[in-house]
Design a protein around this ligand. Sequence first.
Ligand code: BTN
Length: 324
Amino acid sequence: MSKKEILKALHEKKGEYVSDEELASEGGISLEQVPQEIQWLKDDDYIIEHSSELGYRLIKVSNRLLPYEIQRDLHASYMGVEIHYFKEVDSTNEVAKKLALEGAPEGTIVIAESQSSGKGRLGKKWISPSGGVWMTIILRPDIPPRQAPQLTLVTGVAVAETLSKECGLDVGIKWPNDILIGNKKVSGILTEAITNQELDFVVVGIGIDLNVDLDSFPPELREGATSLKRELDRDIPGVKLVQNFLADFENLYNEFKAGNFPEILAEWRRLSKTIGRQVEVRKRGRVVTGEAVGVNKDGMLILETEDGLRKVISGECIHLNKKH
Ligand code: BTN
C-alpha cells in the first residue's frame, strides 16, 4: 500500500523533488524503508532520480499496464476497481475464471503484459507477446445463459468504438467478434460463460494488438493481422486506451443490463464489415457460403444462400468480396 501512496506523492509533484521525510510520511513508513519502496517502483519501470539533498523525483511513468496507473484517471464506477496484474500469465481468461469462482466482484479485471498460453476462439492459440493488451473482465449479469453470447457483441462495439476514437482509421467488426482496421485483424474477443442451470458468471477476454511487433507472429498469421502501432507508425499509450475502453464498456454494459440490447445491436450493425458481403463460414469441416444479410438478436449471422436463408451460430467467417 505504501508503494501506492509514495507513487501518488511523486505523481502530484511530477518533475519536482519530494523529500525522503515527505515520502516516508505519505507512505506511513520509516525513513530507512524509503529506498526499498523506490527500488520496487524502479523494478516496475518507473524512472526516478535521487538527490541526497532534495529527495526523489519522478522522471518518467512506467509504460506497463499497472493497476495503479489504470485506476489513477479511470472514469468508471465499477469496471477496474479490482485489477489483477501479471507481467506474464498463461491466460487471463483462465485466471479470471478462478477468481470468479472464488467470488471476485463484477468488473474485476485480469490484465497481463504477455500470455504464454493465450486462447483464441474455436480452440485456437492466441499469440500474446508484450506490447499488446491482454485482459479479461468478470461479469455477473442477471440474464439467462442463452443471452450470454450477446455480451460478445456488446464488447465488440466497445472495442471498435475505443479503437476508432484512438486512431481515426477505418475500424469495423467482422462477425462474430474480430475487430478489423481495413481488412486486417487488430483485436479479438473470447467470451466464456460458466453455467450451472443458471448463469454463474461470464468472463470476457479481449486481446488488442496495440504496440505488438508483427514479426513475432508466425508468417501465416502476419498477412491478415495488424497492430495500432503498425497503422499509426507510433507507440500508443496502453494505459489511456484501457481507461477509455473500460469507461465506454461500462456505459454500454449498463445499457445492456437496462434492457437496451437492441440499440447496441443497431450500433454493431453500423460497425459491421460483414453485413452486405459475400462470405464463407467454416465450422468443423462444413462450409456455408452466401451473402451476409444481417445478425439476429442472439448474434447469429443470417446468410442468403442458394438454398434460401440460413442462420449460423458460430464458425470462422471469411470475407469473399468487397463490401458494396
Ligand atoms: C479470437 O479472436 O480468437 C479471440 C481472442 C481472444 C484473446 C484474448 S487475450 C486476453 C484473453 N485471454 C486469453 O487467453 N484469450 C483472451
